[in-house]
Design a protein around this ligand. Structure first.
Ligand code: PLP
Length: 394
């Protein structure tokens, strides 16, 4: 039996979610924009899902804009903000933490040249100091409007960012309407408590397939104070922020997945924390293993570690041969494996960063999966340590 330990990449669709989606994939037809009863049925289903998604993250239904996923939400946010501000004001600044997901980093790098882009450094634990925000804002010109984006929890290390002192640094020192805060909560939602309104942020990204919902659907929660305009044209759907006929089955699935995540969050998190702690205890007995950001608050399902003297991609392939699916911390760019930008930003030495493996548990994993992984890792490390051929791969 194969063991799937890559739930931060994507989760398996929950059967109860599929059940909720099925009627909208055949039996129930109609365009939600149509005023007849068929259309109204679809529209009602979307609005019910909107309530459920908002309720999972402490938002209000009217703040939810459905998109095709976390990537689109991040693109819409950055481009929509930049476009609105550059049209009406002279200065647009966007500050992004250095450990964001590529779906935020890449669109940030492609913003028009009129936007001033800044990077917020993270410390060795992946955290951002509130002083980094206050000192950045101290440089702002009077006419500047700033957007700060800091993710709630990191997809690789699982590090949870304490947003309150960061948001407070903005709200205490900067006059209302000059600085806005966004958080990508794609990995946090459904794993830890997330509170859109309570946290004081102005926008939040979500993705359904990280919480046992379907791929291809997500949301951007938007506080009405945030300046933003649409980037996709041709219709007035989703409060005129996202043109295009809504993907009703996917949205319904997202809504159901959010309901289940809310109801089961404590239990899922308790179970996965037990597995993660057991894995970490086991890794320590193997030796030569470094757990990244070990001492700080992390997602209950995630552990990322480096195995000294090994290459993460090679380890991943060897585990795959044993039918165990994990993720490495590297990205393959033009045929060359680069260590993860997240670990680089945390100042992890290149060699150790190259050896990174991420394990992310899901609700179907059991203690036997932990045992299988630990045994396999031990075997691989032992064999490779005695094999000069494998050492060449390191
Ligand atoms: C933190 C984070 N943001 C955004 C995304 C992108 O989400 P999607 O796959 O729905 O586009 C991911 C997916 O890995 C993620 O981990």
């Amino acid at each position: 039996m194969a063991v799937y330990l890559d739930n931060n990449a994507t989760t398996a669709l929950d059967e109860r979610v599929l059940e909720a989606m099925l009627p909208y994939m055949g039996q129930v037809t109609g365009n939600p924009a149509s005023v007849h009863r068929f259309g109204r049925l679809q529209k009602d289903a979307i609005e019910q899902a909107r309530e459920s998604v908002a309720s999972l993250v402490g938002g209000r239904a009217e703040q939810v804009v459905f998109t095709s996923g976390g990537t689109e939400s991040n693109n819409l946010l950055l481009q929509g903000f930049a476009s609105k501000i550059t049209k009406v004001q002279s200065g647009c600044r966007i500050a992004v933490s250095a450990s964001e997901h590529m779906s935020l980093i890449e669109p940030a790098e492609h913003l028009p040249s009129a936007v001033s882009l800044e990077w917020l450094a993270v410390d060795r634990n992946g955290h951002i100091a509130p002083s980094a925000i206050t000192s950045m804002m101290a440089d702002a010109a009077e006419e500047d409007t700033t957007l700060i984006s800091v993710m709630s929890a990191n997809n690789e290390t699982g590090v949870i960012q304490n947003l309150s002192p960061l948001v407070e640094a903005v709200s205490k020192n900067i006059e209302d309407g000059r600085c806005f805060f966004h958080t990508d909560a794609s990995q946090a939602a459904g794993k830890i408590d997330v509170d859109f309104i309570g946290s004081g942020v102005h926008a939040m990204t979500l993705s359904a397939h990280k919480l046992y919902g379907p791929v291809g659907v997500g949301a951007l929660l938007i506080d009405k104070r945030l300046p933003i305009c649409k980037r996709q044209f041709g219709g007035s759907q989703e409060k005129n922020l996202r043109a295009g006929t809504e993907n009703v089955p996917a949205i319904v699935g997202f809504g159901r997945a959010a309901e289940l995540a809310k109801a089961e969050l404590q239990e899922r998190s308790r179970q996965q924390r037990i597995l993660r702690d057991a894995l970490e205890a086991g890794l320590k007995t193997i030796g030569a293993v470094d757990i990244f950001a070990e001492k700080v608050d992390r997602l209950p399902n995630t552990v990322q570690f480096g195995v000294k003297g090994f290459d993460g991609e090679t380890l991943l392939m060897q585990l795959d041969r044993k039918a165990i699916a994990v993720s490495s911390g590297s990205a393959c760019t033009s045929g060359k494996t680069e260590p993860s930008h997240v670990l680089k930003a945390m100042n992890v030495a290149d060699e150790l960063a190259h050896s990174a493996i991420r394990v992310s548990f899901g609700k179907s994993n059991t203690m036997s999966d932990v045992d299988v992984l630990l045994t396999a890792l031990q075997d691989i490390i032992e064999i490779n340590q005695h094999s000069p051929v494998m050492a060449a791969n390191v």
